[in-house]
Design a protein around this ligand. Structure first.
Ligand SMILES: [Ca+2]
Ligand SMILES: [Ca+2]
Ligand SMILES: [Ca+2]
Ligand SMILES: [Ca+2]
Length: 574
């Protein structure tokens, strides 16, 4: 009896497995039609053999409609925690003037020099007055944190950045205020105050928790209020039109009176709750649609990037009519995983998903940010893997964001203060961050080996890799706004792909393995190539040219005899 039941169960499982196989097969068929595709006849992975003919691929004929792109698609952003970047006046706290002093490091505004990092956008973490060190609980939306400088200092930073062709966006925290904000002070002490309804009160408090299981209802003398993150960050009540009006004025102020280029929008998925549903609600989407219309009416060139820490299928609902772009957390995880495991599988899957899901390039890519362990800690100090991660970020589609210090391999794990430590400028006292004897926070203990000064003259350093990649991205539109077509090889550690526009074709080779790769060949059944030349643009290496076939592609191309471990090459083909 038992045997029989097991057999039946096994048959049933087999049947399910078969159905799943069928579904997978048909889904991947759809995938291939929608994105630039591998030829259907050659989708089966061959047994890796050195002499096997390469799989042929054909580019997608659909070109990207440039009217769907924005100025942000030409930008490489750099996230700065002001408190930790550079201290100009020796009080141990980073400030606006400190950033101005370091702008030439970021981008000197001269396109002929390449010893700067080359970034073209800055995201400043919150700059408003706040009782916390990080600033994600705002006390005054119309002022700057005086520890960082004055509004004049900030205006000066904007001017100096703009002169160098750097856009500046600021963090905007709309979901909640600080409990020290005058609105909440008033609302929490006086139930009859007009500000009472700026927040969310219920009596008795409901019993539900946050999606991650923490308390969200806090009892004080006058009642219980809702705060999804913690008691010090009471959520604003956006079902009250007054709150929306107040925040529209905030947005107008920063765009029109101050002149920032846009906003990084914090925690957008938590804006409006519907009962116990506390993320990605319909009311939240509706509110952001109104917000989108509002800020575009103030300045149609204004840019927003949203933080919706969710799966791609949820994130993309915000794109294009609520915010311009949002962070691609799934791709960030895939970059790290591919770099760590030396396998293209994860990033290849992520690229397929985002290129078929979003409008072309309307997503923000990154590796880790101020809420996550630093890249170099995630990769256990493996500089080869860190270079791979940088290459995947900066040769890939979308709008890339770096987190300050990532380019010199800064480390840090949670708690949060430890992933937001001072920028490591040199091997001097306090990593060259401040002349104060006591910085607000000590730099990481290994700063003497990992800093800007030490890596600047070293062609093999991580910093040199970031510089080369960013300058290449600035120079070649195909890296910024081109299509992506993977060139299959049997080497799991070799991620090879074309980035191409109508008049530019780049072949990107990333050997993410710890071994050299020699046995690889590429086949492009058709393309736009006309003369059959190849030119390596990252390091100026000599590379072989492809023999063009009759369709402007190539059948059996090997540009370099050997791809060294953990190396990246970008080859322009004509
Ligand atoms: Ca200072
Ligand atoms: Ca320059
Ligand atoms: Ca909320
Ligand atoms: Ca939408």
């Amino acid at each position: 009896m038992l045997m029989k039941r097991q057999n039946t169960k096994r048959c049933f499982l087999l049947l399910i497995w078969f159905v799943v196989l069928l579904l997978t097969a048909s889904c991947s068929g759809i995938t291939q039609d929608a994105s630039s595709s591998v030829e259907p006849t050659s989708t089966q992975t061959p047994t890796p053999k050195p002499t096997s003919a390469p799989l042929c691929v054909t580019p997608n004929s659909g070109q990207i409609d440039s009217s769907e792109l924005g100025w942000w698609n030409d930008v490489v952003f750099y996230e700065i925690f002001v408190r930790s970047f550079y201290d100009s006046d020796g009080d141990g706290i980073g400030d606006f003037n400190g950033i101005v002093e370091k702008l030439d490091y970021l981008n000197d505004g001269d396109s002929t020099t390449t010893d700067d990092l080359g970034i073209t956008g800055i995201w400043l973490m919150p700059i408003n007055p706040s009782p916390s060190y990080h600033g994600y609980d705002v006390m005054d939306y119309f002022a700057v944190n005086e520890e960082y400088g004055t509004m004049e200092d900030f205006q000066n930073l904007l001017d100096e950045a703009h002169q160098r062709g750097i856009k500046v966006i600021i963090d905007m925290v709309l979901n909640h205020t600080s409990s020290h904000h005058p609105w909440f002070q008033e609302a929490s002490t006086n139930s009859d105050s007009p500000y009472r309804d700026y927040y969310i009160w219920e009596d008795p408090a409901p019993s539900f928790d946050s999606p991650w299981g923490t308390d969200v209802w806090y009892r004080i003398d006058t009642g219980s209020y809702y705060a999804i993150f913690w008691a010090g960050m009471p959520d604003l009540n956006y079902t009250n039109p007054k709150v929306t009006e107040e925040m529209q004025e905030v947005i107008r102020f920063w765009l029109e009176d101050v002149g920032v280029d846009g906003f990084r929008l914090d925690a957008i998925k938590h804006l409006i709750e519907e009962g116990e549903i506390q993320e990605n609600t319909l009311a939240t989407h509706k509110w952001w649609e109104g917000f989108y219309d509002y800020y575009n009416s103030i300045n149609p060139e204004a840019f927003t990037v949203g933080e919706a820490w969710s799966s791609t299928s949820e994130v993309l609902k915000y794109i294009g009519d609520e915010v311009n772009i949002a962070f691609e957390f799934n791709t960030a995880g895939a970059i790290l995983k591919s770099a760590r495991l030396g396998s293209k599988q994860y990033i290849s899957e992520a690229h397929q998903l985002i290129t078929r899901s979003y409008p072309p390039h309307q997503y923000a890519t990154f590796i880790t940010n101020h809420d996550q362990p630093r890249v170099m800690s995630e990769l256990m100090r493996n500089i080869g893997q860190a270079k791979t991660a940088a290459s995947l970020l900066l040769t890939g589609p979308g709008v890339p964001f770096l987190y300050y210090g990532e380019e010199v391999g800064q480390t840090g794990r949670k708690p949060d203060e430890n992933i937001r430590t001072p920028m490591q400028w040199s091997d001097g006292t306090n990593a060259g961050f401040t002349t104060a004897s006591l910085p607000w926070k000590s730099p990481q203990g290994d700063y003497k080996d990992w800093n800007v000064a030490t890596q600047t003259g070293d062609a093999d350093s991580l910093l040199s890799q970031y510089r080369a990649l960013i300058h290449a991205r600035n120079e070649y539109p195909a890296l910024r706004i081109g299509n992506l077509l993977e060139l299959p090889t049997s080497e799991r550690g070799l991620y090879a792909f074309l980035r191409y526009t109508t008049d530019q074709t780049l072949l990107v080779l990333i050997n993410m393995s710890d071994k050299p790769i020699r046995d690889y060949r590429f086949c492009l059944s058709e393309g736009d190539l006309e003369i059959g030349t190849a030119h390596e643009i990252l390091w100026g290496l000599e590379v072989s040219s492809p023999d063009l076939n009759n369709n402007g592609g190539f059948d059996n191309y090997q540009p370099l005899e050997e791809l060294e471990a953990y190396t990246t090459y970008i080859i322009e083909l004509k």
